[in-house]
Design a binder for this molecule. Structure first.
Ligand SMILES: [Zn+2]
Ligand SMILES: [Zn+2]
Length: 253
């Protein structure tokens, strides 16, 4: 533990009055107020990939384990960008996760599965889309490698683990039947996939989509989260639950 302190800065937290050691290398915080204890924090790295400007996320914690969420990396450069980040931060990809199985969200699945032998996780209700994703991709001009099968089914109520972190799975159908959101109450964020966007909502004209189901999912599963929860959307900028509750035109009535 002694050597560890060489790399940590003491930081007084003005609001809580607690003393924290901050490691500038990792951004992780060591809380000394109740003895030596790590505040485990999930860090979120966002990439914007492919012609759909899809948001891909890499989540990691202090163990170095990471998960690749909706990896839509298509070109060699986009794949290299992720590999560079993984290398640079000495991360170990353990799972590939899909909030849903639309082709723009899984263009990198095959590449990263082959590279890291990571488990693929998605909701069973979206599994039917995997079989058609090569054909679907070609409609949009993508050359899609057949995506790997699902190894771990995401289910609401079943905790999702990686490193020393746990995410809560919310089933939010409507954009697709198996859409899920990944929620961390502790770290105050939710990854919403294509369910909720800043000022908008997901489209419902694709196979398995349904407008009323989508609105119900958003209201019952997302709008009940704390207002300051950061929403990482499948496309476009981040927002918060409170901001969408106040201003999203699709949720106004
Ligand atoms: Zn989608
Ligand atoms: Zn999308």
């Amino acid at each position: 533990m002694g050597a560890l302190f060489l790399f940590l800065f003491l930081k007084e937290n003005q609001s809580s009055g607690c003393r924290e050691w901050f490691d500038p290398g990792t951004g992780f915080i060591l809380d000394t107020s109740q003895g030596l204890k790590f505040h485990v924090m999930i860090k979120v790295q966002k990439f914007v990939f492919n012609p759909f400007q899809e948001n891909s996320f890499l989540l990691y914690d202090e163990t170095g384990d990471c998960i690749l969420v909706d990896m839509g990396s298509y070109t060699v450069e986009e794949k290299k960008e992720v590999l560079y980040f993984i290398d640079n931060n000495r991360l170990n990809p353990v799972k590939i996760v899909n909030t849903h199985c639309h082709v723009d969200h899984l263009l990198g699945n095959s590449f990263f599965k082959n590279k890291f032998k990571a488990q693929v996780a998605a909701h069973a209700a979206d599994e039917f889309m995997l079989a058609s994703s090569v054909e679907h991709g070609s409609i949009f001009g993508f050359e899609v490698e057949a995506p790997p099968e699902i190894d771990e089914y995401l289910e609401e109520g079943k905790p999702f683990f990686f490193g020393s972190s746990t995410l809560e799975i919310l089933h939010v159908p409507g954009h697709s039947p198996g859409s899920t959101a990944l929620y961390s109450m502790k770290d105050n964020f939710v990854i919403s996939g294509d369910v909720l966007f800043s000022g908008s909502i997901g489209r419902t004209d694709l196979p398995g989509g349904d407008y009323d189901t989508l609105i119900r999912s958003i209201r019952e599963k997302l709008m009940v989260l704390p207002p300051d929860t950061v929403v990482y959307c499948g496309h476009g900028p981040e927002t918060t639950i409170g901001e969408e509750s106040r201003t999203n035109p699709f949720l106004s009535s």
